[in-house]
Design a protein around this ligand. Structure first.
Ligand SMILES: NC(=O)c1ccc[n+]([C@@H]2O[C@H](COP(=O)([O-])OP(=O)(O)OC[C@H]3O[C@@H](n4cnc5c(N)ncnc54)[C@H](O)[C@@H]3O)[C@@H](O)[C@H]2O)c1
Ligand SMILES: [Zn+2]
Ligand SMILES: [Zn+2]
Length: 339
C-alpha cells in the first residue's frame, strides 16, 4: 500500500507499507480525499509541538470503511465517512471538564503521534469516525474537518443578531468563517485579504464587501473581528477596528514566539473581548450535519487534487499561497487542476 511519510522534520518519502489492521475499537478507512493545510507545512517543518516522526500526514480526511475491529458495532464496510483527527486522553483535568481540545495529551491523526490519511488506507478510533450519507460528495466532504474548527470558533463568539463581522484572510478558514456568519446573525460580512486571487473566491461565494484593506471599507468599526491569517500585521490592523463592547478572535495560528501591539487601555475602556479558539470541541458531528445541510458552498473552494506521489507539489503550491483548498486523492493516478 502506498503512503507519504515524514521521516523526520524536512524529510518526505513515498513508501510501500503493509496494509493496516484495525484494533478492536478501530476501523480501516480507504482515503478518498485529504486536505492540505498550514498545519501540514508546520508538521513537515518540525514546528508543530510534539510531533513524533516518522509520521504519515493528513488530518482532513474522508473515505470508505473497508474493515472494522471486533468490537465495532456502529459502522460497517462500505460506509462513507469523515474522520475527526483529534484524540485526547480522557483523564486529565481538561478532558474531565468538557474541554478536551485543551488536553495536555492532545494528539491529532497525521499531526502528532498517530498516522494520518495521506496513504491508501488508514486506521482511526471508531469514536472519531462519522458516517456520511451515501450521496454526499466524498471529495468535497473533506472540508468537514475545517468546518468543525469553524463551528468551535463560533461557539466562542457572541452570535448576536445584527452584528457586523470583519474577517481577515480569505483562505479556506476565512471563507468558511465568513460563510457561517449570516447563520450566526451577521448583519454584514466584510472579508479582507492582501492576496487579490483569494478575494476572487470570496466574490464567487457571493460576498459583497471584499477588500484588500479594511481602510477601504464603508464602516470603520465592527462588532466581531476574526483573524484567520495568523499574521501579526493583520492582528495589529484588526484590533483598533473592534467596536466598543465587541469581540476579537484569534483563529489564525501566529508563530509561537510572536507578540502583537495593541492598546490595553482600550481593551479596558471599551470592554473588548479577545478570545482564542483551538481545533474541534464537540463540533465534528455538527459539522457533518451542517455540511450535509449545505451550510457552506464547497465547489469554489477546492482548486487542485494531487496523487500521493505528487504530495511535495501540493506542499509547495500551498506555501506559495496559490490555488484554494488543495487535496490529496490517493485513489487517483493523475493530479488535476479543478478550477
Ligand atoms: N484555531 C483553529 O482551530 C485553526 C484551525 C485550522 C486552521 N487554523 C489557522 O487558521 C489560519 C488560516 O488557515 P487557512 O487554511 O485559511 O490558511 P491560508 O494560508 O490558506 O489563508 C490565510 C490567508 O491570509 C491572508 N493574509 C496573510 N496576511 C494577511 C494580512 N496581513 N492581511 C490580510 N490577509 C492576510 C493570506 O493571503 C491568505 O489568503 C492559519 O493560521 C491556520 O493555521 C486555525
Ligand atoms: Zn487542517
Ligand atoms: Zn486529556
Amino acid at each position: 500500500m502506498r503512503a507519504v511519510v515524514f521521516d523526520e522534520a524536512g524529510e518526505l518519502a513515498r513508501v510501500d507499507r503493509p496494509e493496516p489492521a484495525p484494533g478492536p475499537k478501530e476501523v480501516v478507512v480507504e482515503t478518498a480525499a485529504v486536505g492540505v493545510c498550514g498545519t501540514d507545512t508546520h508538521v513537515f517543518d518540525g514546528e508543530f509541538e510534539g510531533t513524533v516522526y516518522p509520521l504519515v500526514p493528513g488530518h482532513e480526511a474522508t473515505g470508505v470503511v473497508v474493515a472494522v475491529g471486533s468490537e465495532v458495532t456502529t459502522l460497517s464496510s462500505g460506509d462513507h465517512v469523515a474522520v475527526n483527527p483529534s484524540t485526547t486522553c480522557g483523564e486529565c483535568e481538561f478532558c474531565a471538564n468538557g474541554k478536551s481540545n485543551l488536553c495536555r495529551e492532545w494528539n491529532g491523526l497525521g499531526v502528532v503521534a498517530s498516522d494520518g490519511a495521506a496513504q491508501e488506507r488508514f486506521t482511526a478510533p471508531v469514536q472519531n469516525v462519522y458516517k456520511l450519507r451515501p450521496e454526499t460528495d466524498l471529495y468535497q466532504a473533506a472540508l468537514i474537518e475545517p468546518l468543525a474548527c469553524a463551528i468551535r470558533a463560533y461557539d466562542r463568539l457572541p452570535r448576536r443578531m445584527g452584528d457586523h463581522y470583519l474577517i481577515y484572510g480569505a483562505g479556506t478558514m476565512g471563507l468558511i468563517m465568513a460563510q457561517l456568519a449570516p447563520r450566526a446573525g451577521a448583519a454584514s460580512v466584510t472579508v479582507v485579504d492582501i492576496n487579490e486571487a483569494r478575494l476572487k473566491t470570496a466574490r464567487e461565494l457571493g460576498f459583497e464587501h471584499v477588500l484588500t484593506s479594511a481602510d477601504r471599507a464603508e464602516r470603520d468599526r465592527w462588532d466581531v473581528i476574526v483573524d484567520c491569517t495568523g499574521a501579526v500585521p493583520a492582528i495589529e490592523d484588526a484590533l483598533p477596528r473592534v467596536k466598543a463592547g465587541g469581540t476579537f478572535q484569534h483563529f489564525g495560528v501566529a508563530p509561537a514566539e510572536a507578540g502583537a501591539d495593541y492598546s490595553p487601555f482600550r481593551v479596558y475602556r471599551d470592554e473588548i473581548s479577545i478570545v482564542g479558539t483551538m481545533a474541534v470541541l464537540n463540533s465534528f458531528g455538527r459539522a457533518v450535519e451542517m455540511f450535509e445541510a449545505e451550510a457552506i458552498n464547497p465547489a469554489p473552494m477546492i482548486s487542485h487534487s494531487f496523487t500521493l506521489d505528487d504530495y511535495p507539489k501540493a506542499l509547495e503550491l500551498f506555501r506559495q499561497g496559490k490555488g484554494r483548498k488543495l487535496q490529496i486523492r490517493p485513489g487517483d493516478t493523475v493530479s488535476r487542476v479543478l478550477l
